[in-house]
Design a protein around this ligand. Structure first.
Ligand code: ZN
Length: 417
């Protein structure tokens, strides 16, 4: 527990680790949570919360910064009386993840907020700010309570399609005295670091180069919820006259989001959906009752892919085997891995029958990726701009790195008057 004036702050998850953020803030008998993440460990998420569950019994409000599970995965532990807040598209994305992973409906009241509209929750005033991150609709929070101003970055970066929002935010927050900055530092760890600095627009150039290399199919392995990346790939498709073929899950995601500037099925001739017979469970699951209605376009089967080779297809685990069986990928086609290299080993297990063809060079293999998190020099600029009184690193394995700012780094047990 850390105390600033009469405000108590307890980090229940995410300290000295990547992900699993849970920040409990208490004042005058009220408690709020910033995120309720399930930690990522070893091969995946950690369903057992351990002693954390006991600490969540009296939480009044829970604010969720974005749709990655390491920021909301323990939601089921919240008491029924707790009121949840998130962005609208974050709510949609979380509900979709829960739906496809067959987790039941959450019983709590769940309101949505708008960026920069202050929420008054009891003693707490909270302003969410839309920021740049690899999750769509990600927010940082300014929390004012008991005469203390806390700023929580959530997961933030400064090199994606919304980088201007993150950059402007630093300029705006500098006008507020920040007693405590809770900041991420994912890329400070050599293990997590995604190598050379690249922006989403750098990736667009790389995709264009790759798609221009020949007229053969290109397969891209990426997260179906990484809308920034999808926009990057779609823009590269437009520039190279390629058809973008979505898997049903990604099509489902796009059809449910509310923001305007994302590729929409039906609005663009260049977007199609692969819905082979075997994937009709998307209908039986109730995801789609009439596929044409939500896709706005006819779905493709493997035979259609054979007829149109100049396409870019998003990869999902069931596609590797199916493409091999249907023999639709000629030699020299491209396979692009567009996720963190940290997960390459694990994700390559999904390649199935394509794995030997990738390894032998029969399929051209590319890695095109930029981190979802801030690069160290951007964090330096951000922290130098807002000049917080104290810093509490979270979502990082290198808290010592923050010593360079000459600010007090808070530890458990610290009290600030
Ligand atoms: Zn995240």
């Amino acid at each position: 527990m850390i105390q600033i004036k009469h405000v108590e702050i307890e980090i229940l998850g995410g300290q000295n680790q990547i992900g699993g953020n849970i920040i409990l803030i208490g004042y005058a008998g009220q408690q709020i949570l910033l995120d309720i993440g399930m930690p990522l460990e070893g091969e995946g998420l950690t369903p057992d919360p351990g002693p954390v569950a006991e600490k969540l019994k009296s939480v009044d409000y829970c604010l969720i910064s974005h749709s990655h599970q390491d920021h909301w995965g323990y939601m089921d532990l919240l008491p029924k009386s707790c009121v949840i807040y998130s962005g609208l598209d974050t709510q949609t994305l979380i509900r979709m993840t829960r739906f496809v992973t067959r987790r039941p409906f959450i019983g709590q009241t769940w309101h949505t907020f708008q960026s920069e509209k202050q929420l008054d929750l009891g003693e707490f005033s909270i302003t969410p700010y839309l920021i740049d991150h690899s999750a769509f609709d990600a927010h940082a929070f300014l929390v004012r309570v008991g005469g203390v101003n806390l700023f929580y970055t959530g997961d933030i970066r400064f090199h994606g399609r919304k980088k201007v929002l993150s950059l402007k935010l630093a300029q705006r927050i500098r006008q507020t005295r920040i007693d405590l900055l809770l900041t991420e530092g994912t890329n400070l760890s050599p293990l997590q670091s995604s190598g050379p600095r690249k922006s989403e627009s750098d990736l667009e150039d790389e995709f264009v180069k790759c798609f221009s290399a020949n007229q053969l199919p290109a397969i891209v392995q990426m997260s179906g919820q990484n809308i920034d990346r999808l926009v990057t790939i779609f823009r590269a498709c437009l520039k190279t006259n390629r058809m973008l073929v979505l898997d049903p899950y990604t099509a489902f995601v796009l059809s449910r989001l509310h923001h305007g500037k994302i590729p929409k099925l039906g609005d663009h001739w260049g977007i199609q959906v692969l819905m082979p017979e075997k994937e009709k469970q998307w209908e039986s699951l109730g995801v789609v009752s009439t596929k044409v209605e939500w896709m706005g376009t006819e779905a493709l089967d493997y035979e259609d892919l054979q007829a149109h080779q100049n396409y870019v297809l998003l990869f999902r685990y069931w596609i590797g085997q199916a493409l091999a069986t249907h023999d639709v990928l000629p030699s020299g086609s491209s396979f692009i891995y567009s996720l963190s290299s940290y997960y390459l080993d694990r994700m390559s297990h999904q390649w199935g029958e394509l794995a030997p063809r990738i390894q032998s060079g029969d399929l051209k293999f590319y890695q095109i990726h930029a981190s979802g998190h801030a690069y160290p020099d951007d964090l330096v600029h951000f922290i130098d701009t807002i000049q917080p009184d104290t810093i509490l690193p979270i979502h990082t394995t290198d808290a010592e790195w923050f010593q360079r700012f000459g600010k007090k780094i808070l530890h458990d047990g610290d009290t600030i008057e």
